[in-house]
Design a protein around this ligand. Structure first.
Ligand code: HEM
Length: 159
């Protein structure tokens, strides 16, 4: 029969943007302040991360590790990987002073409904450390970057 069960149950089909391949999100104001940290000024950090190319490799690898990590995969699988790869790269590139703008949402609103724990965050940090290590980022530069991200814990850990 022709019953439109989607309409009856209020199921909204989300369609990926044909240009970007991303799912739509609720409107928000784009602002570099949404990145959650001020950028390093000197360009030294960007260089130690291998410039934009190196940063891209690290942010993509982090996403890959998270999607494959049984500790946190369930949280990631339910969300838009295409968008996350773009916005995570932009955030890292912006904070590391490699000259990008961050166009994503702020940390509190983008993590509000995820129910993330401190243990989930620890898993993510381990994966980031692995990604940076694989790209030969000097240890002190790894730690300077992690120190920039650490204050975001209060926004991304919600239970
Ligand atoms: C300091 C730590 C973290 C940083 C810097 C960070 C960064 C980001 C960024 C930039 C976005 C994209 C926002 C947007 O789409 O506009 C995002 C979204 C997301 N993050 Fe995180 N994140 C952190 C911690 C975590 C943790 C611990 C988890 C779970 C284990 C997590 C899971 C996710 C998921 C699933 C999304 C997609 C949400 C959606 O599409 O609605 N994040 N994060």
């Amino acid at each position: 029969d022709n019953t439109d069960w989607d309409a009856i149950f209020g199921v909204e089909e989300k369609v990926r943007d044909p240009e970007t391949g991303e799912l739509p999100v609720e409107p928000y104001v784009e602002d570099n302040a949404n990145a959650g940290a001020d950028p390093f000024e000197s360009g030294k950090m960007a260089q130690q991360f291998g410039g934009r190319e190196g940063i891209r490799r690290i942010s993509d690898r982090l996403v890959e590790l998270n999607y494959a990590d049984p500790r946190v995969a369930d949280i990631f699988i339910a969300h838009d990987r295409v968008r996350l790869e773009r916005t995570l790269f932009e955030q890292f590139c912006y904070i590391l002073g490699a000259g990008c703008d961050y166009t994503g949402r702020d940390m509190a609103s983008s993590h509000a409904s995820l129910g993330t724990t401190r243990a989930d965050l620890n898993a993510l940090v381990e994966n980031l450390q692995q990604a940076m290590r694989e790209s030969d980022v000097p240890f002190h530069a790894q730690n300077r970057f992690l120190a920039k991200l650490a204050p975001m814990s209060k926004d991304v850990v919600t239970r």
